[in-house]
Design a protein. Structure first.
Length: 133
């Protein structure tokens, strides 16, 4: 199942999201469920299937405890992306994600999202505003 998940992730990186979705939904991975949920969330977001993407990443974040806490920041990054796409506040996820990582790449991604999240908060409720900006 690890190889299948990695192949699905590779298909996603190649922009072959419908194939990635089919592959990732074709098996269960009890031991690696949080990683499968995270990968599938990324694919669903790319396909514009936002509500399923949010449900899947919520599952990943909830499972990132105890010995899996080291993955929590990556999962929070994905949840922040989904929430921003939905026009929801991602401030708490960004702050917590930054607390759980020292990885400079992740820190940079969180900083970019922090700017986008602040922009969404500034424009929330403004006449003519849209969540699809």
């Amino acid at each position: 199942n690890f190889q299948k998940r990695k192949w699905g992730e590779t298909l996603h990186k190649l922009g072959r999201d419908p194939e990635a979705e089919t592959l990732l939904e074709s098996f269960t991975d009890v031991g690696g469920r949080i990683w499968l949920a995270h990968s599938l969330s990324q694919v669903k977001l790319a396909l514009g299937k936002i509500e399923p993407a949010l449900a899947l990443v919520n599952e990943a974040v909830e499972g990132a405890v105890d010995h899996n806490i080291i993955y929590r920041s990556s999962f929070l990054l994905q949840r922040a992306k989904v929430k921003i796409w939905l026009g929801q506040s991602a401030v708490d996820d960004i702050a917590e994600g930054l607390e759980h990582t020292r990885n400079q790449g992740l820190i940079g991604e969180f900083e970019k999202l922090r700017v986008r999240a602040a922009d969404i908060a500034d424009h929330a409720g403004a006449p003519g505003s849209s969540n699809s900006d």
